[in-house]
Ligand binder design. Structure first.
Ligand SMILES: *Cc1c(COP(=O)(O)O)cnc(C)c1O
Length: 376
């Protein structure tokens, strides 16, 4: 952990970034300048290369947090008479359902428990039964719980039914190896402040150029019009339609360089997996239990169940850990008491070891008993 940061963010995201990524924001760039636009173009092509080895793909950057990009896709690529099936097994799947309803897009939600993996048979049956469904949207890593949904298996089903597939890879892109063709996806969305390890301020969408070209005039919003934003960038060499988050873009260019320097997505995945392994082994050693079975668990974020001991208070736990320079996440699961710890960002296995030692100390200070109750 850098000595000059107040705490390590284990909250994806925003997440802990490197000092060099933060330093890249220390300059004012003109949003209309050619040198700046060249940085945008370089980012766009690097994103495409991270997502596919094939030609014919393109990408677009959209200001705002990740949700703005999700809303931009749903509002722009589904035709006026289209209908979207959305797998909902967590807060981010549910948010897509809310977006579709708010935009008055016909939607078939597949509502599941947050602790259930996406149900392939239900998706298959729903597509077979309803020819009006034009698109399927699903979250890859459900950050709500840390669940990894079977994104490639669903892609095969969607392709077999001849529908289009939108993947929210927000918290996995850059940290888990995947390709557009491996997923059979037409649209993939993520944001600057997740596994690429930039700072918050924009999201991005990767897609075949023919797919975005086919959506002209469908957008239900002006500022979130994905086609218009793409056309402006594409035709004018990296220009945004309106003011762009210049500092954030420059930091992201640096973050992409650092991803490559680390050894690319495979190396980053290995680091995250080791972070996650040390975290879970350490926490289980203290007597904590995970919400999800390990085979569904992502190497991104983990939900831990509250200890059974009444002396455990999340707020106190959080405050004490923060004083020890670790910031964690509250839980987001409806029917279980949990807290979450992310392990993505500029964090390393030694940080996880230190975290576990600090958690042990905090649990001791709070007088909470773990081991006896769960019999680890
Ligand atoms: C982070 C995230 C989003 C976007 O959330 P914002 O708070 O708008 O950035 C969407 N989907 C998933 C799965 C996420 O992890």
């Amino acid at each position: 952990m850098d000595a000059d940061i107040p705490y390590l963010l284990l909250t994806p995201g925003p997440l802990t970034t490197s000092r060099t990524v933060r330093q890249a924001m220390n300059q004012d760039l003109s949003t209309w300048d050619v040198d700046y636009n060249a940085i945008v173009e370089s980012i766009r092509s690097q994103l495409v290369r991270l997502a596919t080895t094939r030609t014919g793909y393109t990408s677009v950057l959209m200001p705002g947090s990740g949700t703005f990009s999700v809303e931009s896709i749903l509002g722009s690529v589904i035709p006026p008479d289209g209908k979207v099936l959305i797998v909902n097994n967590g807060a981010y799947g549910e948010r897509m359902v809310h977006i579709a309803k708010r935009l008055k897009i016909a939607v078939t939600p597949i509502d599941q428990l947050e602790t259930e993996r996406a149900d392939l048979a239900r998706i298959d049956a729903a597509l077979a039964a309803d020819k009006a469904i034009t698109h399927v949207a699903m979250v890859h890593c459900e950050t709500t719980t840390g669940m990894l949904n079977p994104v490639a298996e669903v892609g095969q089903i969607v392709a077999r039914h001849g529908r289009k597939y939108i993947v929210d890879a927000m918290s996995s892109f850059g940290g888990i190896p995947l390709t557009m063709e491996g997923l059979n996806a037409q649209f993939l969305v993520s944001s600057a402040n997740k596994c690429v390890q930039g700072v918050p301020g924009f999201g991005f969408v990767i897609m075949p150029q023919t797919e975005i070209e086919a959506t002209r005039g469908w957008a239900r919003s002006l500022s979130l019009d994905l086609f218009d934003q793409w056309r402006e960038m594409n035709e004018k060499g990296g220009k945004w339609r309106y003011t762009s988050p210049t500092h954030v873009v420059n930091a992201f260019a640096q973050a992409l360089q650092e991803l490559a320097a680390e050894g690319g997505v495979a190396a980053r995945h290995a680091r995250y997996s080791e972070n996650h392994r040390r975290l879970v082994a350490g926490m289980q050693g203290l007597g904590f239990r995970c919400l999800l079975p390990s085979q569904w668990q992502s190497p991104i974020i983990t939900s831990f169940l509250f200890p059974d001991d009444k002396r455990f208070s999340f707020n106190e736990f959080y405050d004490r850990l923060k004083r020890r320079r670790f910031v964690i996440y509250p839980g987001k699961v409806t029917n279980a008491e949990t807290f979450r710890i992310g392990n993505i960002g500029h964090v390393f296995p030694e940080d996880m070891d230190l975290l576990v030692r600090e958690i042990e100390a905090v649990i001791g200070e709070m007088g909470v008993r773990l081991k006896a109750e769960v019999g680890v």
